[in-house]
Design a protein around this ligand. Structure first.
Ligand code: FCB
Length: 443
């Protein structure tokens, strides 16, 4: 199978950016020369990671990065999205760690030498543990520490970076990490979820000011994830349930960026669940952004629930990926057109999209036609949104290679490149060949 878009698709143009994405904790390994982070601690807590694994080896990217740059180049992509490990580039006293900085400057230099655009995310979940010990994202001070880290690292990187994102998926950090505890640091109260979300957004705003000052020539923004919410039936109660879920899980993170407030579901909160918001916070949060990064994987369907307002229903018998996420490409188009209608959006990059599949390496090959079908359908979904007027200018496959999939450990494979974790051998899957062929056929 091939990736096929309509002949007149704007995505055939070289002006459209295609890339692959990774994140520091998921690929780097080399924990010895960085500070411990909340994911090291979480992995060491029994019962948190499905295969009891951790990030100490992962894809050994710190050791193998030159080969990985070759691999990226071999795919013919325009861009590579990576994240910086805060605990690798900063010491506890808040000064830069030259060894960590040198790792990334060498990597960025090599990518630039090969004409691969560098998309750098400053925070993809690996908070230094000593900052968590002081309250982590529940402590307002952490937002200021983040801005300081952003200030120092962007000065060190100079003009090496094409695009900076402050955060990857603040929803996951706050909701999964502080509200239901399935991600690091594993805390679980509603009030913590809302407070950490507010501090993450505040940190985004503070860091945006720093980025625009230190790196005015790069494309600076934020990466948000969205799981569009549909109602189980047309009943008024279910429709309202889906709307509330959407406000809580999706709009919560984008509305303050443009509208300087949280969605109205905040009025339903008990007093003890209300985040502390200081005067002027929304003005800090709503900094102009050069681009919005959107991560999309799946949708969710909700019904009314008298106890909680809304509850998600399992879409039994619907096609799903190996991680159990429903495959529903139409919701990608719906998402993009609805955000376009709701907000005055800057250009959009799809910063992550992809699928976990039950890959089999047979005689040196991985014939992942299922993943390839997912990519084909979702690239077409993006194209449909573009045809309806949404300004999408780039797309990144998640992920360059199989890696540490958070609470799932190494059990779920999202790569277009297969990683044998014993030998660290990388093998292009059929999806990687098809992605490469599609990209290289562009005019
Ligand atoms: C996203 C994360 C990314 C990866 C994919 C599957 O939520 O940003 O690191 O784990 O999911």
């Amino acid at each position: 199978m091939k990736i096929m878009l309509p002949a007149d698709s704007k995505m055939h143009s070289k002006a459209f950016t295609f890339g692959v994405a990774t994140a520091s904790f998921q690929i780097e390994g080399a924990v010895d020369y960085r500070l411990p982070c909340i994911w090291d601690t979480f992995c060491a807590t029994p019962g948190k990671i499905r295969d009891n694994s951790d990030g100490s080896q992962a894809c050994e990217h710190v050791k193998l990065w030159r080969e990985d740059v070759d691999l990226i180049e071999s795919l013919g992509v325009d861009a590579y999205r990576l994240s910086i490990s805060w605990p690798r580039v900063m010491h506890k006293d808040g000064s830069l760690n030259p060894q960590g900085v040198a790792f990334y400057t060498d990597l960025l230099d090599e990518l630039n030498r090969r004409g691969i655009k560098t998309f750098v995310t400053l925070y993809h979940w690996d908070l230094p543990q000593h900052i968590e010990d002081n309250g982590g994202w529940l402590n307002r001070e952490t937002a200021y520490l983040f801005a300081d880290y952003a200030d120092k690292i962007t000065q060190a990187f100079g003009d090496r970076v094409y695009s900076y994102a402050t955060f990857n998926e603040p929803f996951c950090s706050s909701y999964l990490g502080y509200e239901i505890g399935v991600h690091a640091p594993g805390l679980a109260t509603k009030a913590f979820g809302r407070q950490s979300a507010h501090h993450l957004l505040l940190a985004h705003g503070l860091a945006m000011k720093v980025l625009q000052k230190n790196s005015p020539n790069s494309q600076n923004g934020i990466v948000l994830n969205f799981t569009p919410c549909y109602s189980a039936t047309d009943s008024a109660a279910d429709v309202e349930a889906a709307s509330k879920a959407d406000q809580y899980f999706n709009q919560w993170y984008i509305k303050p960026l443009f509208d300087r407030c949280y969605p109205e579901i905040i009025n339903d909160f008990a007093t003890e669940d209300m985040p502390v918001i200081e005067q002027g916070d929304f003005d800090i949060i709503a900094q102009p952004i050069d681009f919005l990064g959107i991560n999309f994987y799946t949708r969710a369907v909700y019904k009314a629930d008298p106890a909680t307002g809304f509850s998600q229903i399992d879409m039994v018998d619907k096609p799903k990926t190996d991680i159990g996420w429903e495959i529903y490409p139409q919701s990608f188009t719906d998402l993009l057109t609805s955000l376009h209608a709701l907000y005055p959006l800057p250009p959009i990059y799809i910063t992550e999209n992809g699928a976990a599949m039950d890959d089999k390496l047979i005689e040196g090959k991985v014939d992942d036609q299922d993943r390839l079908e997912y990519y084909n359908a979702h690239l077409n979904a993006v194209n449909n949104a573009i045809e309806q007027g949404v300004n999408v200018v780039g797309y990144f496959a998640w992920s360059l290679m199989d890696n540490f999939e958070w609470a799932e450990g190494y059990l779920k494979r999202f790569g277009i490149v297969y990683v044998d974790y014993e030998t660290q051998k990388r093998t292009l899957k059929a999806s990687a060949h098809a992605y490469r062929d599609f990209i290289n056929a562009r005019k």
